[in-house]
Design a protein around this ligand. Structure first.
Ligand code: FPP
Length: 237
């Protein structure tokens, strides 16, 4: 019993179930998303308390643009409001906010709000919060391949020298370690185009709880589940 509890360095969460949470209560879907802000705060508090250094949240996928315009607009407004309202608390907690995904598709307003929160929280050292926005793993990999091909075509990179490190360095996540634990709420058991390259050795955990009902205690449960897993990375003990 003397073994210290294992804490994942990087936790990534697919925040799923906002729509179902709202429908169950006869509310509009966007109200489910609004109710999804408190679990973000709870996860940040729990992650910081547990000593997790990176928390990635899948907040908007490239596929989410296909949702009704009203829902997409409400989500954009929620992202803007949240980053403004939460910035003082994020700074107080030492949270550094970063983003992965392609920001060029966002409006000028959304891009400027994101840039501001990144800039204002840049000195945070407790925890890095990585928001996956207009993100999908396949599009990230395609962009990485383009970068590598351009460097190769320019004569800067010998194709024979391309290895896993070259690919990692060309991904949006180049600066961050791979996730140790990926959580998807709402009981759905799939990755939906999220961190597919980076998830190679991640532990996966699928609690039944809908995202608006996710609490600090739920986050702690995910960490406890992770601590029980036997990670072998293809090796034997
Ligand atoms: C998926 O649930 C959730 C989203 C597409 C949006 C996630 C956004 C938030 C939780 C808002 C707060 C986030 C930040 C970063 C401030 P869904 O709508 O697909 O749920 P369903 O499968 O039940 O329909």
């Amino acid at each position: 019993m003397s073994e210290q509890k294992r804490i994942p360095q990087h936790v990534a969460i697919i925040m799923d179930g906002n729509g179902r949470w709202a429908e169950l209560r006869g509310k509009e879907r966007y109200e489910g998303h609004a109710a999804g802000v408190e679990p973000v705060r709870a996860s940040l508090r729990a992650a910081a308390r547990q000593g997790v250094k990176y928390l990635t949240l899948y907040a908007f996928s490239t596929e989410n643009w296909g949702r009704p315009e009203k829902e997409v607009d409400a989500l954009m407004e929620l992202f803007c409001q949240s980053v403004v309202n939460e910035t003082p608390e994020l700074i107080r907690q030492g949270v550094r906010v970063r983003m992965i995904g392609e920001r060029s598709r966002f409006s000028e307003k959304v891009r400027s709000y994101l840039a501001q929160v990144e800039q204002r929280t840049a000195a945070g050292e407790t925890l890095t919060l990585i928001l996956a926005l207009n993100y999908s793993s396949r599009s990230e990999i395609v962009r990485a391949v383009r970068r590598i091909a351009s460097r190769s075509a320019a004569g800067e990179l010998d194709p024979e020298s391309i290895d896993e490190r070259t690919v990692c360095a060309a991904l949006d996540t180049a600066e961050y370690p791979d996730p140790d634990l990926i959580v998807r709420t709402s009981g759905e058991c799939r990755l939906s185009n999220f961190l597919l390259w980076q998830a190679s050795y991640a532990e996966l955990y699928f609690p039944d709880v809908l995202w608006p009902d996710f609490t600090e205690a739920e986050f702690d449960r995910a960490i406890e589940e992770y601590a029980r897993r036997d990670r072998r990375f293809g090796l034997v003990k």
